[in-house]
Ligand binder design. Structure first.
Ligand SMILES: [Zn+2]
Length: 658
């Protein structure tokens, strides 16, 4: 569910129209750069916008073929295009500094700042160091992408990739010990990244300092139309709002796991061992829904069987139309055709939601050029992503769809990115981005909140059910295992990186600092003792891939805030979790208005137009889950919630060599 449009990869952070991130006291009367005027600034920005229109399509094309046709050749094309782009960007940022003290229009000032904050990896100006940084970045990414856990089973050597390791980890029939080994196997693959990461931090910090920031973390926090310090407080405030909900969920899930595995594996009052939550990073827990289902046998909606049936029906038709008995090869072709038809059908289900509220149909080229299915003849990057190729309508999705509920949700998510692109395409390139990066991730997720049981029944993906409070609790539990369980994880990744960039967590404490935060926020513990020989943060893609993560934390909170505003616009009166805005043009109009503003103004203005408030708020997510919260509190009455520090604290494990 990554958004992988170039402009977004590069233009990751947003800022205020009216100013720069708050730094040291500015001089009362800044000295004017002689000779340069506001008109020069406008001209400089216009030049960059022209360049972006010319350069980005080439870069997108190079990256698209690399991702959908992995060979040495396409890798060379993409990395060359990338290098040229970074060099161009570096030059323009350097050039823009001469306008630092020029009085200019609000629009030009905002554009200058967007340019400056346009990379999450600020490069040092020194050529050798910039080259070293680029090399380290691609080495870390490659190391993660090709990581394997090798082991010997019954005298046979085998090497497993992440998908294969996850199958062991997420299999409830595997013993806690076997799952701990799988967990450790994957995490061991990150050890070699540690040294590179340390150097990466030094180099980007140098780049950030050259731009006037204290460190890279401060630069990331500067992209939210408020001072970096104020933004940090905002994230704390939001976390404080949702923490009670997370703690009740944690307590309930731990109780269930304790009953299943016993005190020796899951202590009653301690953190939960990370390998038992159905996810490599314990970030979303819906895989263990069956183990914690509140009302056994009361159906919560699951569209997977319906989608699988549709796909099988398609295959049946193809086979019936086939003359004679197909050879195995022909049969494989027909299967692939059935998969392709189902992936298009699922995409159209998602598209239909957007058009029902007034969005335009997807351009014809979307279906011609997207990669919706894993090709059978070549290696591709399957990780779902949305692409804006040329800033004028060539939008695409790259993913490997399966006929299941998770994919249906993902396609709604990715189309959120696509429609954001289409809505802000008329703006100048520097403004073609989300109000802030959390907005981009929240657009499609907001739509999925309308996929209520009643909605799914209406569109033929579920069966009509009569109102049943038990089914509501089951449905909410399934959703909370993803949406609520994720919140502390979404926050702590950057909590750790901010501290690493600032030096508060020194290189000798990378892993200890990581586990302190994991325990503090998530209440989970490592399955096996850890030491500074390990580099567990590196086992999560976004760390070696250097993608800021707070956007996801924000997205998971504001998508409920968006939904509430859209439901109000639609005149919906019932409980928020029953609201479905399908077909409502009033809600759609407000949503499109928000998307069309792109990054052209501070996100507070954009949020206010939709919701009437200038502050992000967790009120809506709390309101949404009110029935579940009441259920959890009642279930937890006799439990002692919260967690004591783990018996074997990571920090007491022996500290090995660096
Ligand atoms: Zn996304």
């Amino acid at each position: 569910m990554r958004y992988q449009k170039l402009a977004a990869t590069l233009l990751v952070a947003m800022l205020a129209a009216c100013g720069k991130p708050e730094q040291a006291e500015p001089p009362a009367e800044p000295a004017k750069t002689p000779g340069l005027t506001s008109a020069d600034a406008d001209q400089f920005i216009a030049g960059i916008n022209d360049d972006l229109r010319k350069k980005l399509p080439f870069l997108s094309a190079a990256q698209w073929v690399q991702s959908t046709y992995i060979t040495d050749d396409t890798e060379l094309l993409a990395s060359t295009a990338n290098e040229q782009w970074l060099e161009y960007l570096g030059k323009q940022v350097e050039e823009s500094k001469k306008f630092n003290t020029v009085d200019m229009s609000a629009s030009a000032a905002r554009s200058m700042l967007l340019l400056k904050l346009s990379t999450a990896m600020p490069p040092p100006s020194n050529d050798a160091k910039r080259a070293e940084l680029a090399k380290i970045a691609s080495r870390m990414e490659a190391s993660y992408g090709s990581a394997k856990w090798c082991r010997t089973v019954a005298g046979k050597d085998e090497c497993l990739n992440l998908n294969q390791i996850e199958k062991i980890l997420n299999d409830p029939r595997q013993s806690p010990q076997a799952r701990a080994e799988a967990w450790a196997g994957w995490h061991a693959t990150a050890k070699p990244i540690r040294k590179d990461y340390q150097r990466f931090v030094e180099l980007t910090n140098e780049g950030a300092k050259e731009m006037g920031f204290a460190d890279t973390g401060e630069m990331w926090r500067a992209g939210y139309d408020m001072s970096p310090a104020a933004f940090e407080q905002e994230t704390d405030r939001l976390w404080t709002q949702v923490k009670p909900l997370y703690e009740e969920l944690h307590c309930y899930v731990r109780g269930k796991l304790n009953a299943r595995y016993g005190d020796a594996v899951v202590p009653k009052n301690g953190p939960i061992p990370a390998q038992l939550l159905g996810n490599m990073w314990a970030q979303q827990w819906s895989n263990i829904y069956d183990q914690v289902e509140p009302y056994k046998g009361v159906r919560s909606v699951d569209v997977t069987p319906v989608l699988k049936k549709q796909r099988d029906e398609e295959l049946r038709k193809l086979l019936a139309a086939f003359k004679g008995a197909p050879t195995p090869m022909q049969r494989a072709d027909l299967e692939h055709q059935a998969d392709a038809a189902e992936s298009v059908r699922m995409t159209k289900i998602a598209e239909d939601f957007y058009t029902s509220i007034g969005f335009p149909p997807l351009p014809k080229s979307f279906y011609e050029k997207s990669m919706l299915l894993r090709p059978r003849d070549r290696e591709v990057v399957c990780h779902a992503s949305a692409w804006d190729m040329d800033m004028k309508g060539d939008v695409r999705i790259k993913m490997c769809m399966e006929p299941d509920a998770e994919t249906l949700e993902t396609i709604h998510h990715e189309l959120g990115h696509i429609y954001y692109d289409l809505m802000y395409n008329p703006l100048q390139p520097l403004f073609q981005n989300a109000a802030h990066d959390g907005f981009h991730e929240a657009i499609g997720d907001t739509i999925t909140l309308s996929l209520t049981p009643a909605h799914l029944a209406k569109v033929g993906l579920g069966t009509a059910q009569k109102e049943d409070p038990k089914a509501t609790i089951n449905t909410q539990m399934r959703l909370a295992l993803d949406k609520i369980a994720f919140l502390p994880f979404g926050k702590l990744i950057d909590q750790w990186r901010w501290k690493v960039f600032s030096g508060e967590i020194a290189p000798g404490q990378y892993n200890e600092g990581w586990w302190k935060l994991r325990e503090q926020y998530q209440g989970i513990s490592p399955p096996l003792p850890r030491s500074e020989d390990d580099f567990d943060p590196g086992a999560k893609y976004h760390v070696p891939g250097n993608t800021p993560y707070t956007r996801y934390f924000l997205s998971f909170i504001i998508q409920f805030q968006f939904q509430k505003a859209l439901c109000d616009a639609a005149g919906f009166k019932g409980p928020l979790y029953e609201c479905d805005i399908y077909g409502n043009k009033d809600a759609g109009r407000k949503y499109m208005e928000m998307l069309s503003a792109g990054a052209s103004r501070p996100w507070q203005d954009t949020l206010e137009k939709l919701t009437g408030t200038r502050q992000m708020s967790a009120d809506a997510i709390i309101e949404y889950f009110a029935p579940l919260m009441a259920y959890l509190q009642q279930q937890n009455t006799n439990q002692s919630c919260g967690w004591e520090p783990a018996v074997e604290k990571p920090s007491t494990a022996p500290v090995a060599k660096q």
